[in-house]
Design a protein around this ligand. Structure first.
Ligand SMILES: Nc1ncnc2c1ncn2[C@@H]1O[C@H](COP(=O)(O)OP(=O)(O)O)[C@@H](O)[C@H]1O
Ligand SMILES: [Mg+2]
Length: 369
């Protein structure tokens, strides 16, 4: 672990800019050949982390290993990595092939070798047919592919991508997500992919490092970070949740709004009597016209809104003191309209309970408490 070609290791890495701690005692191991996303809100230190891997910045503390080698003081061009930036800035006066060849020319690589490598790199992104075009004769997606080819031309074992799809519109962005993922599968090299978009990270990654305030808050595969968030911040940042503030009891929490008792086993060690934040995902709440008997959490509400999203229906229901978000499958036979009286119920097993320490962060991030 940590010594293979294509592996990355950050150990207790800290980077400061004046008083700002951009990266704070960050620890992360990335496996060779994996697609790992750094995901987090703006300013959490994603770009700074990537720049330390690329060699554009040096850590103030801690160390970085790339393909098993300590890289303190190793300049960017001598590292086994290359970067695709958000603003990938192709040279407008050069052809596609010249853009891809540029780095190799600078290094004094022979003309023959450049020719072969450029063809290979353009083949990888299916752009060989457009080798003689100028960037302005390409669509946004094609320009992005050229930027990727330019980064791959040296055959790095790790590709660093800093919000590479940020400038593209939604549809193109989704197409490029699939394309990049297929490319990574085909090449088998490590991708370290920075994004603030949780859906993007969820759909593309083998594992996601969710970052907050310069450190890794949780590291795991998409399913795990969704189903077993270890902090309120992660629960609010990945997918959606209904949150309750309250006080932890022996087997759950008494919510502040008095109307709901949220039963669950306290997770993350929230001691009884302490302020807690309980969370239930919208798809874990069931709606029914008659009061269900068995469920551990039952509350009456009135439907305030219904939205259709292809395969799911989303309800906003009001308990009188708050709104809840409920998501059901379109194939669910029970349908409700605005104004209908309904019963909401959910199982104790679907309740997360966290220390209230991070409540303000969750509030800021999702607005759903
Ligand atoms: N060159 C710099 N000089 C001063 N502060 C910086 C610099 N680069 C980043 N920062 C600060 O470090 C923090 C992390 O920034 P960054 O790594 O760019 O976050 P992200 O990419 O997650 O949005 C932010 O507070 C940012 O303002
Ligand atoms: Mg950034």
């Amino acid at each position: 672990m940590g010594s293979e070609r294509g592996s990355v290791e950050l150990v207790n890495v800290t980077k400061r800019y004046g008083d700002v701690v951009a990266v704070d005692t960050l620890n992360l191991e990335i496996n060779s050949g994996e697609f790992l996303s750094l995901l987090g809100p703006s300013g959490c230190g994603k770009t700074t982390t990537l720049r330390m891997l690329a060699g554009f910045e040096q850590p103030d503390e801690g160390f970085v290993r790339i393909s098993g080698e300590y890289v303190q003081g190793v300049p960017p061009y001598k590292r086994d990595v290359n970067t695709v930036f958000q603003h990938y800035a192709l040279f407008p006066h050069m052809s596609v092939a010249e853009n891809v060849a540029y780095g190799l020319r600078q290094k004094g690589v022979s003309k023959d070798e450049i020719g072969t490598k450029v063809v290979e790199a353009l083949d990888m992104v299916q752009m060989s047919k457009m080798a003689t075009r100028r960037p302005r004769q390409l669509s946004g997606g094609q320009q992005q592919r050229v930027a990727v080819a330019r980064a791959l031309v040296n055959r790095p074992s790790i590709l660093l991508l800093d919000e590479p799809l940020g400038a593209l519109d939604r549809k193109l962005r989704e197409e490029m997500q699939i394309e990049l993922k297929l490319l990574q599968n085909r090449l088998g090299i490590t991708f370290v992919f920075v994004t603030h978009d949780q859906e993007e990270a969820m759909s593309m990654s083998d594992r996601i490092a969710i970052m907050l305030n310069g450190h890794v808050e949780q590291l795991g595969d998409p399913e795990t970070v969704y189903e077993r968030p270890t902090s309120a911040f992660v629960a609010g940042f990945i997918g959606r949740n209904n949150f309750w503030r309250g006080v932890a009891t022996e087997n759950g929490a008494n919510a502040d709004d008095q109307t709901v008792f949220v039963a669950s086993r306290p997770k993350e060690n929230v001691p009884t009597g302490q302020e807690a934040l309980a969370a239930v995902r919208p798809e874990c709440i069931s709606l029914s016209a008659t009061k269900p008997g068995a469920s551990s959490n039952v509350v009456g509400a009135k439907v305030a809104g219904v939205s259709h999203f292809g395969d799911v229906l989303q309800y906003v229901v009001s308990t009188g003191s708050r709104d809840l978000l409920v998501q059901v499958s379109r194939t669910d036979p029970a349908r409700f309209g605005v104004g209908d009286e309904v019963w909401c119920s959910w199982s104790a097993d679907d309740v997360f309970l966290f220390s209230a320490r991070q409540a303000s962060l969750v509030l800021a991030g999702t607005g759903s408490v």
